[in-house]
Design a protein around this ligand. Sequence first.
Ligand SMILES: Nc1ncnc2c1ncn2[C@@H]1O[C@H](COP(=O)(O)OP(=O)(O)OP(=O)(O)O)[C@@H](O)[C@H]1O
Length: 797
Amino acid sequence: MSKIMKETLIKDFKGRGFIDNEMRRERVQVVVRCRPLHPREISDGRVSCVTVDTQRSTIQVRNLKNPDMQPKLFTFDRTYGSSSTQREIYDDVAHSIVHSVMCGYNGTILAYGQTASGKTFTMEGLDNPPEMRGIIPNAFEDIFAHIEQSQSSDHFLVRASYLEIYNEEIRDLLSQSTPNQYRLELKENGDAGVYVKNLTSVTVQSVPDINRLLLMGKKNRSVGATLMNQDSSRSHSIFSITVETSAGPCSEHPDTEKSVIRVGKLNLVDLAGSERLNKTGATGDRFRELTNINWSLSALGNVISALVDGKNTHIPYRDSKLTRLLQDSLGGNTRTVMVANIGPADYNFDESISTLRYANRAKNIKNKPRINEDPKDTILREFQEEIIRLRAQLQINVPEPEARVENNTEREKEMQMYKDQIRQNMEWEVTHYKTLSEQAMACIKADLERKAQQEMEALKAEKERTEEEKQKIAEKLLQQHMELQSHYQALAREKEDREVLAQKLKALEEKLLHGSNSVNEKLSEKAKELAFREQQIREKEYLDEERRRKIAELEEAQLMVEEKCNTMEEDVEAKTRKLKKLMARYQQSKAEISTLRTELQDTIHEFQRERADMFLSLRSLDQQLQLKSFIIEKFIPPEEISKIMRRAIWDEESETWILQSMVQKVPSADGETRVYLTDGIDKQPLQRPVSAMGRNRHMCRQAEDAMARGDRDPRYMMDNIWRLELDMPERTTYDYDNAIDRARAETDVELALMEFDDESPYFSYESNLPTPANLPTPARPKSARTKHHSRPKTATR
Ligand SMILES: Nc1ncnc2c1ncn2[C@@H]1O[C@H](COP(=O)(O)OP(=O)(O)OP(=O)(O)O)[C@@H](O)[C@H]1O
C-alpha cells in the first residue's frame, strides 16, 4: 500500500472518530437502518413509531401504547431512514472497509436485527434493478474495479468461501457434497487464528465468477417461512473474500528483491433474525432453530458486554460457533462495522428497542486493526514461485531440426559441383585428341589402351574400395537416419511437454490478476466510475464534517455573543436567559433521570421477558432430559449404564461424547502386541480359548465342567465358542407368593399411572386416575404361578 493510501485511510478513520490516537485502537462502527413499513403492515393499519434524524445521527422510538412515556433516543455513528438507498449505505458503510481489505486489513460487515427487519436486503439486496443490489454484490464490483485501477506490477489473487451456522453446525455452502457431508469443524492455530477445516475456497477472476458462487451458496442456505418473513434466514451466514496482493518492489520497500505480500479478508455476515419464543409459538424443527438462533445471539451479546465492560479478562468466545468465528472481528485485529436493522411498526416497539440497545453496547468495542504483511503460506507466493520455475523451464534453448536439413542440402550441392568439373575435363580431352595423325593416333591408341587397361585395373580396385566405402557410408547414413528419427521423436516429446508447461503457466497466470492486464472496456468504465464515486464520497464526507464543525462553531459563537453583553439590561437579560437555560438543563436532567428510571424499568422487564423465554426453553430441555433418564432407568440395566459411563469420554474438539474402544492393543516388552478386552477399568487379555487336553477343538466352560462331572451331554459336544452365558430370559410375569415380585408389580402399575407435571416439574400421578392404593388387586396371571421359567429345551441331535 502506498504511503498516501495508508495516510488517507488513517485520516478517514480518524476523521470519523474511530481511531484512538494513543492506543492505535479503533472503535467498532455502528450504524442503524430503519426499513419502510411493509404493504401488509400498512394494510393492517400499523403506524411508524420511529423517527430518524440522519443529520444528527440519532434515532427516536416512541411507545404508542403508552403516550406518556418519554421517547427513547439513541445516537450512533450514522442512522438511515426508510428513504435510504442501497448505494448510500454501501458508500458510507462498506466502501472504506472494502478499501482497507485491498490494503491488507481484515474487515467485517455484520447485519444484526429482528426477523424481517431487512438484514438480507441490506447485505444482498435484490438482483434487479442494479440500484437495489446490497453490500455484498457492490463489494464484488468494488474489489475488481480496485484491481483494475492498480499498477500493472501489482498482482492479486482473490478467493471466496461461503458458510452457514445452522443449529450450531457449520455447513459449507459451496460444497458439492450432500448436506449431511458438508458439516465442518472449527480449528485454531497461532497464525491463522480460528478457521474452518476443509472449507471450500474458490479462486475467482471476475465479478460474474464470484456472483455465481454467491448464487450457488444462496441455493444451499437454510431458509424457511416464519409468521413475519416468507423467506426468513434460519442460519447465520458468512461470505468471505480473501484478497492476496503482491505489491512489487514499491516506494515503501525499494531495496527488496521480493515483492511484499499482503492478505486482507472481508467477512460479510448476515445473522439470523432474533425472535421471541412466546411470540412465535414455534414447535418442532422451528423451535429447535429458534432456540439455537437465540442462544448464539445471546452468546454474541455476552461477548459484546464482556468486551465493553473492560473489567472482564475472560471473553466467552467459546460459548458458540458464531462468537468463535467472529473472535477477530470483535475485540481482535479487524475493522468492523455493524449494521443494526429495525422495523418502524409500532407492534415491534420492544424488539426495536432491544436491537438498538444491543447495537448501542457494540459501539464501545475497540479493535486493533493491523495489516497482514507477508504471512506464512500465502497461495499467491506459491503461484509466483511456480510461474518463475515454469518460465525458466520453457526458456531452455533447443536446436531446431531445420539446421540439420540445411547441412545435408549443402553437401549435395558440393557433390554436384565435383561431378560437373569431371565432365568438363573429359569433354576437353575428347576435342583435343580429334586433331592428331593416324600413326600418332595408333601410338596414342596403344598407349591409351595400355593406360586404359592399367586404369581399368586401378578403377576396378578403386571400384571395389568405393563399393566398400559406399557400403560403409550407407550404413553410416542409416545410423544417422535412425539417430535423426529418434531426435525428431525426442523433439516432438519435448514440444508436447513444453505445451503442457505453457498451458500450466497460462492457467496460473490467469488466476493472478494484474492492474493493467485485465483491461477491458467494461471494467475500465467501472474503474472510472469507481474513481468518480470515490471522489463524491470524499466530498460528501468533507461536507458532513464541515456542517458538523459549523453547527458547533455557531453554537459557541452564540454563547460568546450572549456573554459579551455590556449593559446591565443586557447582562440581566443574559443572566435571565442563562438562568432559563440552566432551568431548562435542570428540567432536562430531571427528565433524563426519569427516562433513565423508565429505561431501568424497561431493562428489568426485558430481562424478565428473556428469563421467561430462557425458562421456557430450559423447561422443554429438562422435560426431554427427564424422558431420556426415564427411558434409561427403566429399559437399560444399571450394569450396562455404568459400563457405558466408564467408557464414555467427552471429546473437546467435536464437542460430543465418544465411546472408548473395548479392544485395546498394548505393545509388550517382547515386541509383540497384546490385545485386551476392557470395560473402562479392568483389562482382560483377549486370547483364543485353550483346547481341552486330547481334543482337537475348543470347548466352552460348561462343556469342560460337564466333562469333569462325567456328564456326556451331547449338546456341548459341538461348542466352539468363546464364552457362552446361559442367562435366563427376563421375567415377564410376577410371582405373587414372592414379596420382591409383588413390590415390583406394584411399582410398575404406579409408573403406568404417572404423568409429567408441568408445574412441579416432575412426574406425578394422573389426577383423574386412581392411585395404586385405591387399585383393586390385579388378577393373578396364570403364568405367575410358576416360580421360574423352565429352561428352553435344546434340540437333540
Ligand atoms: N430498506 C428496505 N426497503 C425496502 N424493502 C425492504 C427494506 N428492508 C427490507 N425490505 C423488505 O422486507 C422484507 C424482509 O427483509 P429481509 O428478508 O431482508 O429481512 P431479514 O432481516 O433478513 O429477515 P430474517 O432474519 O427473517 O431473514 C423483504 O421483502 C425485503 O425486500
